[in-house]
Each structure stands twice: as structure tokens, then as C-alpha cells.
Design a protein around this ligand. Structure first.
Ligand code: 5RP
Length: 262
């Protein structure tokens, strides 16, 4: 199967595979959203099926819930378990302090609730997600539909005093209709190009009435696992200040892909 994967998919897959090392029997696991998290869910499903792994999963989106059910992971709600051992999720950007921009899939509200209800958050990514400064990826902000134009105007005003390079705000669309989140809200994408002070911007955005949540994850992520197309995986744990490199053998005859392709 390895030859069927693009280098980016290979990178996502091996990052996801490495993240399964941190999952133990009996854990409550937050299941992220997006294509990288989907690889992790596939890998977990394989462990449930083939190794009898016993975990409960809390999905961060309806899409993730559907995939998790499909691969045989027991799904529970956050209300049921209240606290999670671990969340594994993808990201749109991460910086050297493991601060993130998330919400490319519009799921950042639930992703943030689940991650902050977890003992530990692990981000899995390919190397394209690493940035010196957050902001090249448009910052998603989930807003309630009521008073959309007023909320957008207030965000525009808020940005005037901020250390950013762009101030363009676009409502996210799905075809010719507004994109609607799992919570029934809308998304404004802030094209800022550079965010000089992400902590301050996040704090200020949360003061705007109508804003439900923004996609800046500050001091939430504990570890980033980055896959590379050549089979190298780097693991950086910010809580212990450790880094590790793991090499996967991704030749065609390798069996790390067993079952996943089926
Ligand atoms: C969804 C997210 C995703 O984690 C993020 O968009 C990364 O997605 P992908 O793994 O497909 O690149 O935040 O809201």
C-alpha cells in the first residue's frame, strides 16, 4: 500500500501510527477531526479489532463520530466521561511553542472543548504545518448567526490595534451556501498573514459578543508528532522538553500498512 500513498499522506499516516503508542487499555480518548486525525482513528480501529484494545472515544465532529463507529471504536459523549486521558488531533499550523491554528474543518469549538478536558493533547501533522509565526493559515472564528454583520464589524475594529499583516475577513462558504458548524453556527476566516501576539489576539476575540470560539490553541497542546514522507517521525514533548526521532520502514514490502488499506 505504501506506494499508493502520496508523501503527504504517508507523513500523516506514520504520525498517526506513532500517536497510537500513547494509547492504553481503558483510556478515554478524544478523537480529532480532519484527514490526519482520520488516519489515527483508522489505526485505533485496527487495534480495537485485531488486538482487543479497549478504549472509549469522544469525537470532535459528526464526521469523526461516523468514521469511529465504522471502524469499531466505542463512542461516548463528553458528558458521560467528563474527563479524557488523551486527545489526538491534527492542526492547520503549529509554532515552536506548540501553539496552534485549528479549525480548517470548522470543528475547532468541539476540538478545543475536548482537548482542554484532556490530561494531554497530542497533535499529529506533516511537516508543512510548522510555521515560525502563526497566521499564514486564515484564522477560523465560529460566530452565532444572529447579528453576523455586527459581529464581523466588531472583529474588524478589534483587528485595527493588533499586530497582524492582513485584516480581510471572509465568511466560510460550502458551495454557494454558508458553511454551518456542527453547533449550527457560522465561520468567519480571518486572513491575517502574520499574528504577532497570538495569546492577546485570542483573548481579545473571546471578548467580542457573538464570537463562540476562535481557532487559536494557546498552551493546550503538549506534544507534536510530525511525519515525513521518507518515514521519519519526530516527537516533541513540550512538557518534558524532550525530542525523539523514530524511523519507519516505508518500503513497499513493509507491513506497517496491514489492513488499513482494506
Ligand atoms: C478541523 C481541524 C483539523 O485538525 C485541521 O484542519 C487539520 O486538518 P488536516 O489533518 O486534514 O490537514 O482543525 O477543524
Amino acid at each position: 500500500m505504501s506506494s499508493q500513498l502520496t508523501p503527504i499522506d504517508m507523513a500523516k499516516f506514520i504520525a498517526a501510527k506513532q500517536a497510537t503508542e500513547y494509547v492504553e487499555d481503558g483510556m478515554n480518548v478524544g478523537l480529532g477531526s480532519g484527514s490526519t486525525a482520520a488516519w489515527f482513528i483508522q489505526c485505533l480501529g485496527e487495534m480495537v479489532r485485531d488486538e482487543g484494545l479497549k478504549i472509549k472515544g469522544v469525537p470532535t465532529s459528526s464526521q469523526t463520530a461516523e468514521l469511529a463507529r465504522e471502524v469499531g471504536i466505542e463512542i461516548v459523549s463528553l458528558e458521560q466521561v467528563k474527563w479524557l486521558d488523551l486527545t489526538v488531533d491534527g492542526t492547520d499550523e503549529y509554532d515552536r511553542n506548540l501553539n496552534l491554528i485549528k479549525g480548517g474543518g470548522g470543528a475547532h469549538l468541539r476540538e478545543k472543548i475536548v482537548a482542554t478536558a484532556s490530561e494531554r493533547m497530542i497533535v499529529i501533522a506533516d511537516a508543512t504545518k510548522k510555521v515560525d509565526t502563526l497566521g499564514a493559515f486564515p484564522l477560523p472564528v465560529e460566530v452565532v448567526p444572529f447579528g453576523l454583520a455586527a459581529t464581523k464589524g466588531l472583529i474588524e475594529e478589534t483587528l485595527v490595534g493588533m499586530d497582524v499583516l492582513g485584516r480581510d475577513i471572509k465568511q466560510r462558504m460550502h458551495g454557494d451556501r454558508p458553511f454551518v458548524t456542527d453547533g449550527g453556527n457560522l465561520i468567519l476566516d480571518l486572513h491575517l498573514r502574520h499574528i504577532g501576539n497570538a495569546r492577546l489576539l485570542g483573548f481579545i476575540l473571546n471578548q467580542v459578543p457573538g464570537v463562540v470560539e476562535h481557532g487559536l490553541f494557546i498552551d493546550i497542546c503538549d506534544m507534536v508528532i510530525v511525519g515525513h514522507g521518507d518515514g521519519k517521525v519526530t516527537v516533541r514533548d513540550i512538557t518534558n522538553d524532550t525530542s525523539e526521532v523514530v524511523q519507519y520502514d516505508v518500503r513497499d514490502d513493509d507491513n506497517i500498512f496491514a489492513d488499513i488499506a482494506e
